[in-house]
Design a protein around this ligand. Structure first.
Ligand SMILES: Nc1ncnc2c1ncn2[C@@H]1O[C@H](COP(=O)(O)OP(=O)(O)O)[C@@H](O)[C@H]1O
Ligand SMILES: O=c1ccn([C@@H]2O[C@H](COP(=O)(O)OP(=O)(O)O)[C@@H](O)[C@H]2O)c(=O)[nH]1
Length: 240
């Protein structure tokens, strides 16, 4: 019998910035990033094309207290720069584990990382390199979740995999409501209509319009990414 095959050939993986903190209060926890990269490396090695959108919430968020009183757009540009730092750390950790990664930024910062150029990104993916999209959408007032939907649609990913601290989409924020229950599956309209805060409405709406499914799963749970890629039941699937 032949070995089980992945159900996805090209994925857009959204990693939250906060996930990189591990148990720290801020920044990047080295052991945590190494563990995450090991999981990404495993799926890349079985031939799945992996593109990553990385968040920045472990360093700076445009709407957070630290930016109170600041012009919102300026604060958002700081948030986007935070994602560039995370992207560099992620690419470095990938290189150390033998995975070639390329960082592409949505804002021009050419001495540091190359700009996002869609055909180039597609070329890297076809060559088996991991592409890390930095600086979100390049626009203030957006989130990296929306960047994940946007880049996912642009590169023709089969699914957006949102790897986060919780293990799926719940009826309410499980960090605040212990009685909340997890959905196995729900529609984009339900997710938007019920104001489920796991992703912003812009991100959901873009995926809905492009018929691009989203799976939300835990980044903390070892092996979850591989199980998702192999088509096993993990987290919550959001579809049309
Ligand atoms: N309905 C919901 N189901 C699951 N998680 C939710 C829900 N509403 C809000 N959340 C919150 O969304 C967070 C996951 O989103 P993520 O983007 O990784 O975090 P953050 O926005 O804090 O960086 C979880 O930590 C959880 O507390
Ligand atoms: O297209 C984008 C993506 C991100 N950001 C800014 O970058 C910050 C960090 O991104 P995000 O909060 O999405 O990161 P995560 O929640 O995944 O850690 C946001 O708060 C925004 O201020 C932005 O302005 N435009």
């Amino acid at each position: 019998m032949s070995a089980p095959q992945p159900v996805h050939q090209r994925i857009l993986l959204k990693l939250s910035g906060e996930a990189l903190m591990g148990d720290d209060a801020f920044g990047i926890n080295q052991a945590t990033i190494e563990r995450m990269v090991a999981e990404v490396a495993e799926v890349a090695r079985i031939g799945v094309q992996v593109a990553v959108v990385i968040g920045g919430g472990n360093i700076f968020r445009g709407i957070a207290g630290g930016s109170a009183g600041m012009d919102r757009a300026t604060a958002d540009y700081m948030g986007m720069l935070a994602t560039v730092m995370n992207a560099l750390a992620l690419a470095d950790a990938m290189g150390k584990q033998g995975v070639t990664a390329r960082v592409m930024s949505a804002i021009d910062i050419q001495q540091v990382v190359e700009p996002y150029v869609r055909p180039k990104a597609l070329q890297y993916l076809e060559e088996g390199k991991v592409v890390i999209f930095a600086a979100g959408t390049g626009n203030p007032f957006f989130t990296t979740d929306t960047a994940a939907s946007l880049r996912g649609a642009e590169i023709g990913a089969e699914v957006v995999l949102k790897a986060t601290k919780v293990d799926g989409v719940y009826t309410a924020d499980p960090m605040k409501d212990p009685t909340a229950t997890r959905y196995t599956r729900l529609s984009f309209d339900e997710a938007i209509g019920r104001h489920l805060g796991i992703m912003d409405a812009t991100a959901f709406a873009l995926c809905r319009d492009q018929k691009l499914p989203i799976r939300v799963f835990s980044i903390v749970k070892p092996g979850a990414l591989m199980r998702v890629v192999m088509g096993e039941d993990e987290g919550t699937l959001v579809t049309a």
